[in-house]
Each structure stands twice: as structure tokens, then as C-alpha cells.
Design a protein around this ligand. Structure first.
Ligand SMILES: [Fe+2]
Ligand SMILES: [Fe+2]
Length: 137
């Protein structure tokens, strides 16, 4: 997980952000695979908890970056994070109900949501950080 220091530069932050996205998607895929393989509920709960914790810290880390570099679309981006966290919460609810078919549909939906967010909102933030980097040279 990224830690912000006085030495942190936008280029490090971009690298960390991309690495965190890879972990986020891997955790979600691991959860989907575990649901398909009919793994025990306790194992699914463990993976989903990891996904939720990791995603929460990742989102907070991005929000910190946005504030550090005075990102102008902070509120809209934060709102997307809230919506995605809510989707993970709904996935937890359907896990509690034990509805695996519904869970698989929701995993796909969440995956599309996270990938869409990475490709649009996070890409726009990355672009902004790259501009910040260019002006700091
Ligand atoms: Fe984001
Ligand atoms: Fe992100």
C-alpha cells in the first residue's frame, strides 16, 4: 500500500496506483473462482474481506493523492468510490444469504464497475498526475 512522504513524486504514485489495481482485480477474480469452485463460505468470507479492506485503503490512498495534488474532480471521483464500496457491501449480503448464482452475477457486475472506473476516472486522475509531473520538472 502506498505511503505518502515528502519524497513521494507523482511518478511513484502512478506506479503504486497501477500495482494496486492489479491486486484489486486479482482479489476479485480469486473470489469469483472460489464461488465457482463451491468453496466453503468461510473461505469466501475471507477473500471478500480482503477485497473490501484492500479496496477501501486503495480508495483512501487515491483520495489522499487527489487532495495532495488539488485534483479538480475530487468529489465526483470519491462518489464513484462510495458506489463501488456499496457494491462490495451488497456482495457481502448475498454471500450471507448463500446465493451463489447471484454472487457470480454480482462479481461480473462489480468487475465491470471497477474496470470501468480504472479506465475512466482513474485514467483521468493518472493523466492529471502526469501533467503535474511535467510541470514539476
Ligand atoms: Fe479511483
Ligand atoms: Fe483506483
Amino acid at each position: 500500500m502506498s505511503s505518502k512522504t515528502a519524497d513521494s513524486s507523482p511518478v511513484d504514485d502512478l506506479y503504486v496506483m497501477k500495482a494496486e489495481h492489479d491486486v484489486q482485480i486479482k482479489l476479485l477474480s480469486a473470489f469469483g473462482d472460489a464461488v465457482s469452485r463451491q468453496q466453503f463460505k468461510v473461505e469466501l468470507e475471507g477473500i471478500l474481506k480482503q477485497l473490501m479492506d484492500y479496496t477501501s485503503v486503495h480508495f483512501l490512498s487515491e483520495q489522499l493523492l487527489m487532495r495532495m495534488y488539488a485534483y479538480p474532480h475530487y468529489e465526483q471521483h470519491e462518489q464513484r468510490h462510495t458506489q463501488l464500496m456499496e457494491r462490495i457491501g451488497t456482495l457481502q449480503e448475498s454471500l450471507a444469504e448463500g446465493d451463489r448464482e447471484r454472487m457470480l452475477t454480482m462479481v461480473q457486475h462489480l468487475r465491470d464497475g471497477i474496470l470501468g472506473h480504472i479506465e475512466q476516472d482513474d485514467a483521468a486522475l493518472a493523466h492529471y498526475l502526469q501533467e503535474a509531473l511535467a510541470t514539476h520538472r
